[in-house]
Write a protein that binds this ligand. Structure first.
Ligand code: KMH
Ligand code: ZN
Length: 308
């Protein structure tokens, strides 16, 4: 029997902006409630970003995470996964501060530099609630999300003593080869939690062949040493999830990656997307992994071995 399915929920992120959806969690209370609701709906891992509660602008200061980390830990057994991606406009040392401070079981680690184009979203909105939103989208026309080999080494070194393991964000085939490079150097240890990202402008596309190619390349490079997960950005979120589930993959949903529940219909909560993902999993006769099963599958250090 295949292993259980690890379901990750990424509740807010740093790409979508407040004008795009009233359901996007912004304040610490909203982020905590969204994360707890997602865990209650079946998410085993919670991928977390923080935002300025007044403007919704991404905030990667360690303090910005403090108001919700403890609440989430007290309310759920879910695995907390703190981003080191922050906003693609930030430097890697700024992005790594929360993970360094809070020593989560998991942190994201972006496996290569790339264009990160979310400016096409501008066409959908006439005006914005906050001035920063238009700049955020427009600026991505000339944005390189920097993750040099030195940047990746920096995150690995900074988080090493904390025993934090990683959600390796792979947006293209070359990012898998970058991960293999660090594995060959012994700087990352299996099992590798490979989060393959589809449909972000600047990364690989969302065609079923793209998903097949990512999987077969990871199979060839990592064999039994990895756990494959996928996230589809935007409207392709559930189609990609469905394809990956049928291939033995794990999946990630959440309003960080898509604000939609179906074509043209905004998701009203992260929990609603988690419930839809759960129905896909169970519809295939599969079962969701509990947080502790996810810990075992990913060799994590345990929910109490953190600094929050
Ligand atoms: N924003 C997602 C496409 C991170 O936070 O480090 C990938 C992500 C990156 O979650
Ligand atoms: Zn993220």
């Amino acid at each position: 029997m295949p292993d259980k399915v690890i379901l990750t929920c990424a509740v807010t992120g740093a790409i979508h902006t407040p004008t795009m959806s009233d359901h996007l969690p912004i304040t610490p209370d909203e982020i905590a409630e969204a994360a707890i609701g997602a865990a209650e709906a079946g998410a085993a891992i919670l991928h977390l970003h923080a935002r300025d509660p007044k403007t919704g602008k991404p905030d990667q200061s360690a303090e910005a995470f403090a108001p919700f980390l403890g609440r989430i830990k007290q309310a759920t057994n879910a695995v907390v996964n703190i981003t080191t991606g922050g906003s693609p406009y930030m430097t890697v040392d700024e992005r790594t501060k929360p993970a360094a401070q809070w020593a989560p079981e998991v942190a994201s680690l972006n496996m290569g530099s790339m264009n990160f184009g979310f400016f096409p979203l501008l066409a959908k909105y006439k005006e914005f609630k906050h001035a920063w939103e238009r700049e955020h989208l427009e600026g991505s026309r000339d944005l390189v999300f920097r993750n040099s080999f030195k940047d990746i080494e920096y995150v690995l070194e900074t988080c090493y003593d904390n025993g934090t393991r990683f959600e390796f964000e792979c947006y293209d085939i070359s990012h898998l080869y970058n991960l293999a490079h660090f594995a060959d150097r012994g700087l990352v240890k299996p099992p590798f939690f490979v989060q393959s990202v589809f449909g972000l402008l600047g990364g690989i596309g969302t065609h079923p062949e793209d998903v097949m190619h990512m999987k077969r390349t990871a199979d060839r490079l990592f064999g039994k040493d990895f756990r494959w997960s996928v996230l589809g950005a935007g409207k392709d979120q559930f189609r990609i999830a469905t394809q990956a589930l049928s291939m033995g993959g794990n999946i990630r949903v959440g309003l960080e990656d898509s604000i939609w529940i179906s074509r043209g219909k905004l998701a009203e909560s992260n929990a609603q997307q988690v419930a839809k993902a759960r129905a896909l999993v169970e519809g295939l006769g599969l079962e969701l992994a509990t947080p502790d099963e996810a810990r075992e599958m990913l060799a994590l250090k345990g929910g109490d071995a953190v600094n929050f």
